[in-house]
Write a protein that binds this ligand. Structure first.
Ligand code: G6P
Length: 365
């Protein structure tokens, strides 16, 4: 397929902008048009599953870490996530009632494929969550689900990530339904909630010019720290990965509660700290960590919704996110993180779509 930038300066910009449409289409694909019910292939069945093991590399790994919260919370399922290059060389304990999920945009990552072959035959089932349907991982997993993101050209994954977490969320809803932790009505309610996702993603993009201004400041820094709690923690990890890949600024993601166990030593006025804190159950905890940073002159950029921003008081900079149902926060907070790394890269003049030393698909070990 011939893919062009559709009027955008970079593939990355195009792929960020496409997300509302892609997520809408992917959601439609997995929804019964008549009843609005979730539809997944029949073989996907979590009733006898006693443990889920999710394996991936890079951005896909962070997608599995986001999904871990959902599988635990919605389906009460024990979950393990691992990096493929580690899993393939361990002697992991595999159980006949385990299900393995392999997340890969390309479906060709050598380590992920090797990890799949390591697990195949030792567990009840392997499921692929893949963008390229003809790929090796799509073919070798017992069941393969497409994320329907369309070709992703930019090396740094954006729409691939949000489409991956969408399919993983649908799997978690299915697991909840299979295991009786969610009633059919609750699943229907969550599917209904998901229908507002495309417009909320589009709304998050309205912050682009504010983000561009902030990116000019971040571009002058040598380091940056991203903090989040709960499901915002893996999002902080993914945001840091994106910033370092694109702008070559050293960035780390940290669980906000771990701040006191190390990274707080790094805080001074030259260390921007981006805090991802929707007004959820963990908000107060995250904000108190944020205050510890401010007390040490760390410039804080707070990403939160209207209630969260007004309760937080004065910060160095803030990014106003739409107020969204808790289920949708990982999707919506991905957008400012993507735009921040994009604009920081532009400000630094780096090669946005093809960062140095990186490859889109890593088919060698
Ligand atoms: C490379 C890409 C990343 C991607 C990772 C895993 O490092 O640059 O964007 O997340 O590989 O790739 P996969 O195709 O398996 O998702």
């Amino acid at each position: 397929v011939q893919v062009d930038k559709a009027g955008h300066k970079h593939f990355m910009a195009k792929e960020i902008a496409e997300q509302p449409a892609i997520l809408r289409a992917a959601l439609e694909f997995y929804t019964d048009p008549k009843t609005g019910e979730l539809v997944l292939p029949e073989e996907v069945d979590f009733r006898d599953c006693d443990r889920l093991v999710m394996i991936a590399c890079g951005t896909g790994h962070y997608a599995t870490q986001v999904a871990k919260y959902w599988f635990e919370q919605l389906a009460g399922l024990p979950v393990e996530t691992d990096i493929a290059s580690e899993y393939r060389y361990r002697q992991p304990v595999m159980g006949a009632r385990n299900i393995g999920i392999f997340v890969s945009q390309s479906g060709e990552t050598a380590d992920t494929l090797a990890a799949l072959r390591h697990m195949q035959g030792n567990v009840a089932q392997t499921i692929g969550v893949i963008n390229v349907g003809t790929s090796s991982i799509a073919r070798e997993t017992d069941v393969s689900l497409s994320i329907h993101a369309g070709p992703e050209i930019s090396v740094a994954s954006t729409k691939g990530f949000t489409a991956q977490i969408l399919v993983l969320l649908l799997l978690a809803l299915k697991a909840g339904r299979d295991r009786g932790t969610l009633s059919p009505d609750q699943v229907r309610g969550h599917m209904e909630t998901l229908r507002s996702l495309p417009s909320l993603m589009a709304q998050a993009m309205d912050q682009e010019s504010a983000i561009e201004m902030l990116a000019g400041r971040i571009a002058e820094s040598r380091n940056a720290l991203f903090l989040g709690r709960g499901i915002m923690y893996p999002l902080a990890l993914e945001a840091a990965l994106k910033l370092k890949e694109l702008s070559y600024i050293h960035a780390e993601g940290y669980a906000a509660g771990e701040l006191k166990h190390g990274p707080i030593a790094l805080i001074d006025k030259s260390m921007p700290v981006i805090v991802l804190a929707p007004r959820d159950a963990l908000y107060d905890k995250t904000i108190s960590n944020m205050q510890e940073i401010m007390a040490r002159q760390g410039p804080v950029i707070l990403m939160s919704d209207e209630a969260g921003l007004s309760e937080a008081g004065e910060v160095w900079a803030s990014l106003a996110m739409p107020t969204v149902p808790e289920l949708l926060t990982p999707f919506v907070y991905s957008v400012p993180a993507q735009l921040l790394s994009y604009h920081t890269a532009l400000a630094r003049g780096t090669d946005v779509d093809q960062p140095r030393n990186l490859a889109k698909s890593v088919t060698v070990e």
